[in-house]
Design a protein around this ligand. Structure first.
Ligand code: BES
Ligand code: ZN
Ligand code: ZN
Length: 463
């Protein structure tokens, strides 16, 4: 639990004192290096001095990292109550401190046995020593959406099925009068001709689902903004089976849909005053004799035929049907999708940046601005007219793979762009940014990061 209060209490177990090189504390005159932790024991409590280095060299990312480091240190493991004395009191610094705690201390340990001798206190009462403010409680709420997304991405593929995601959505929207729900299961997908979506799920024993939540938080005449998430509950690659080294993390291939759930949670908690659509395109890309096949030609909801160059380029197929269905039946003014779409995006940008593609400079600018503000990082990559040449097929209207080597994130975006039907659109390729392997990176530990949730919630609050 995190709360805000301007006055320190005497009976707190640990007070974290954030110190830049320029600042000293009455109890402590030493100048600490960035990352240095220095505990001072009093009779009943501990002061933990945390070195932040020189103020002008301290980024807000650094600040999140240092706050996280302090919390994960052994000095805090037995503390029940913790205070944080900020080195600065401006909003950007306080937000970074909040996120350093709320995002930095997240750990996925559901399946780890508990050591009986471990006396670590996980559930701490944390007070940031500052006057409370709506902005801060909003940031805390936003972090809860990030946590939901991370939990969904981190859990087993056979736990987070389409049925499970449907239940998550139903629980989130329960009793809300501003919401209506449409769910297309196998039967409806068939009847309406979302054959690309169905093809991807063909070898799975699980139900494919297109879930559409309509949220009327704005004026009657306001156009809808649609958020569409790729929800591949597992991506084996299909008959173009992924190799060892590529398949192990593919439970994360629903991180786009999970981010849409996080965003929905935040929208409801913050009472966003906009008309929005939350869309989850859910399938499982399995193998077996029923699987769709390389060389197949399939016509989806938009009426365009697609040659299957590779069954592992499945995300764009599910999204193509979702785009066409949403555009034709809901006519959104804008559409933003999130998808773990391409390994090529990871090659281009690595893991710290989401790839942003858009057919609208203004929308792209706003999203980059939101990304800079939230440290939920995104970098724009090109999607342009000539790419269309590379996804042509001799036997169909288009192909789900590119005829050229290189630029795979852009050709995938171009494929999606063929189904936007003139709608203002942005695509966030979160293949690299949604997950961190090993010991983690920046202020994220191992596992899901919740990429896109802070960025898009900020976008909804400010644009
Ligand atoms: N889900 C993958 C993309 C991915 C790769 C996500 C690595 C996270 C980490 C996607 O469905 C895929 O396999 N894309 C192929 C496309 C190719 C066959 C044209 C890829 O990127 O290799
Ligand atoms: Zn794939
Ligand atoms: Zn995939």
């Amino acid at each position: 639990m995190i709360s805000f209060h301007p006055q320190s209490k005497n009976n707190t177990d640990v007070t974290i004192v954030l110190l830049t090189a320029e600042h000293t504390h009455p109890r402590f005159k030493k100048v600490l290096e960035k990352g240095e932790l220095y505990p001072l024991e009093d009779s009943s409590k501990t002061f933990l001095f945390v070195g932040l280095g020189k103020e002008d060299k301290l980024s807000l990312t650094d600040l999140r990292i240092q706050v996280r480091k302090a919390f994960l240190s052994s000095y805090l493991s037995h503390a029940k109550t913790v205070e944080i004395l900020p080195h600065r009191r401006d909003d950007a610094a306080i937000i970074a401190i909040i996120e350093g705690v709320a995002i930095g201390t997240y750990a996925w340990d559901k399946y780890k046995s508990k050591d009986k001798n471990d006396k670590t206190i996980k559930d701490k009462q944390i007070t940031i020593l500052i006057e409370p403010k709506k902005l801060y409680t909003d940031v805390l709420a936003i972090c809860k959406g990030v946590t939901l997304t991370r939990d969904l991405v981190n859990d087993n593929a056979d736990t987070i099925t389409s049925e499970y995601l449907e239940k998550i959505v139903r629980d989130l929207i329960k009793g809300n009068k501003k919401i209506s729900l449409e769910i297309l299961n196998r039967k409806e997908l068939k009847a309406k001709g979302l054959n690309l979506h169905l093809a991807v799920n063909q070898a799975s024993n699980k139900e494919p689902k297109l879930i559409i939540v309509k949220y009327n938080g704005g004026n009657k005449t306001d156009a809808y903004t649609a958020f569409i998430g790729k929800g591949m509950t597992f991506d084996t690659g299909g008959l173009n089976l992924k190799p060892t080294g590529g398949i192990e993390t593919m439970k994360i291939d629903m991180a786009g849909a999970a981010a849409v759930c996080g965003l929905l949670k935040n929208t409801l908690n913050l009472g966003i005053k906009k008309n929005l659509l939350f869309v989850l395109g859910i399938a499982e890309n399995s193998i077996g004799s029923a699987a769709y096949k390389p060389g197949d030609v399939i016509t989806g909801y938009a009426g365009k035929s697609v040659e299957i160059g590779n069954t592992d380029a499945e995300g764009r197929l599910v999204l193509a049907d979702a785009f066409a269905y949403v555009v034709r039946n809901y006519k959104p003014g804008k559409m933003i999708d999130l998808a773990t779409l391409t390994g090529a995006c990871v090659v281009a940008l690595g893991f710290d940046y989401t790839g942003l593609f858009s057919n609208c400079d203004e929308l792209a600018r706003q999203l980059i601005e939101a990304s800079n503000k939230t440290d939920d990082r995104a970098w724009r990559l090109p999607v342009y007219a000539e790419l269309k040449e590379y996804i042509k097929s001799p036997i169909a209207d288009l192909k789900n793979t590119s005829s050229i080597k290189g630029g795979g994130a852009s050709t995938a975006a171009k494929f999606l762009n063929q189904f936007t039907e003139g709608t203002t659109w942005a695509h966030l390729d979160i293949a690299g940014s949604s997950y961190s392997e090993g010991v983690g990176r920046m202020y994220f530990g191992h596992g899901a990061t919740g990429a896109g949730v802070r960025l898009l919630t900020h976008y909804l609050l400010n644009y």
